[in-house]
Design a protein around this ligand. Structure first.
Ligand SMILES: NC(=O)c1ccc[n+]([C@@H]2O[C@H](COP(=O)([O-])OP(=O)(O)OC[C@H]3O[C@@H](n4cnc5c(N)ncnc54)[C@H](O)[C@@H]3O)[C@@H](O)[C@H]2O)c1
Length: 305
């Protein structure tokens, strides 16, 4: 049994991670400033965790990390658009939280630090699927904040702290904010099509994403904290399969048993056309591969909403 600190634990992915850690018998501390997270995301586990409502940049981290074995650092402002409008805010929040936490984790002799990075570090990659040693092309302050977070993790790994960075792709599942630029489209389309309305697709709908269920993502995050060979490395956490937005509409029709046709509107400026992960490293070193098909994941989303 380990004691874990989950930063951003009241967020979409963080709250699923907290549930999974408790289910395997760990004890969990959450710190969250509720800037984009919600206390209600942790309602089912509120009695079983220690919840610290506050900002990482203002907290006494050494006190927080007393007796903590593993840090899962998910807290971030994760909007690309907001980061373009307010670059300093996002860099300050995302880079400084990581830097402060890593330094405190080193001093507190934490066993492992799992940093949640993003596929955004690859930008509009020339070659697909993207693998961990491929070129990075961060196209926004948000993506840059993740590149620097990964670099900070490598720096602390050199100093003896076990760090692992995970580049998550387009995570979807219950409790996702429909405005999320990652997979908010899934929650949004499900809600619209449930009401019998037509979803609006930017462009021709041939753009593709590597959509990964939150349940599979969380399994990957926990394996990264446990796998002996993971420390000092960076992994893609995804499915290795691509789904177009047109495929998404058909899959939702399949799950809801509807036959709704989408409406096409003009393409979205700056939208990346295709994103697809090479997941061989996570498969071999973390023994992680997705257990849920896209349809299974959608069924769970529709059922639990
Ligand atoms: N959702 C995805 O598909 C996706 C894909 C790639 C990477 N990520 C990364 O995964 C992590 C979690 O994403 P999410 O979708 O659950 O987002 P989210 O916004 O739901 O969760 C982030 C949480 O961090 C908290 N937070 C932010 N700054 C904080 C601070 N300074 N102090 C304390 N708490 C703070 C927020 O209140 C929120 O609860 C983020 O780091 C994000 O960049 C997400």
């Amino acid at each position: 049994m380990s004691q874990s600190l989950v930063t951003g634990g009241a967020g979409f992915i963080g709250s699923h991670l907290v549930e999974a850690l408790l289910a395997k018998g760990d004890s969990v501390i959450v710190i969250d400033n509720l800037s984009t997270g919600f206390k209600k995301n942790l309602a089912s586990v509120a009695q079983s965790i220690k919840f610290v409502e506050g900002d990482i940049l203002k907290a006494d981290l050494l006190e927080l990390l007393q007796d903590v074995d593993i840090v899962f650092h998910l807290a971030a402002i994760s909007s690309v658009q907001y980061s373009i409008e307010k670059p300093t805010d996002v860099l300050q929040n995302n880079v400084m939280t990581t830097s402060k936490l890593l330094e405190a984790a080193r001093i507190a002799k934490v066993k492992r630090f799992v940093f949640i990075s993003s596929a955004a570090v690859y930008g509009d990659a020339a070659e697909l699927p993207v693998h961990e040693h491929g070129m990075l092309k961060p196209l926004s302050p948000y993506a840059l904040s993740k590149v620097w977070g990964e670099q900070l993790c490598l720096h602390y790994w050199e100093q003896g702290l076990e760090t692992v960075s995970l580049r998550l792709f387009n995570v979807y599942g219950p409790r996702q904010n429909p405005t999320s630029e990652y997979s908010g489209v899934i929650s949004k389309f499900v809600a619209i099509m449930r009401e019998g309305k037509q979803p609006k697709i930017f462009g021709d709908g041939s753009q593709t994403r590597d959509f990964v269920a939150v349940q599979d993502t969380v399994r990957g995050i926990i394996l990264a904290a446990e796998a002996p060979l993971a420390a000092g490395r960076t992994f893609n956490i995804a499915t290795g399969t691509s789904t177009s937005i047109l495929d998404l509409v058909s899959a939702i029709n399949n799950v809801l048993q509807t036959q709704i046709a989408p409406v096409h509107i003009g393409p979205k400026e700056g939208d990346i056309k295709h994103s697809l992960a090479d997941i061989r490293l996570a498969t071999s070193l973390l023994s992680h591969s997705p257990a849920l098909s896209f349809l299974d994941g959608l069924h769970l989303l529709v059922k639990q909403k």
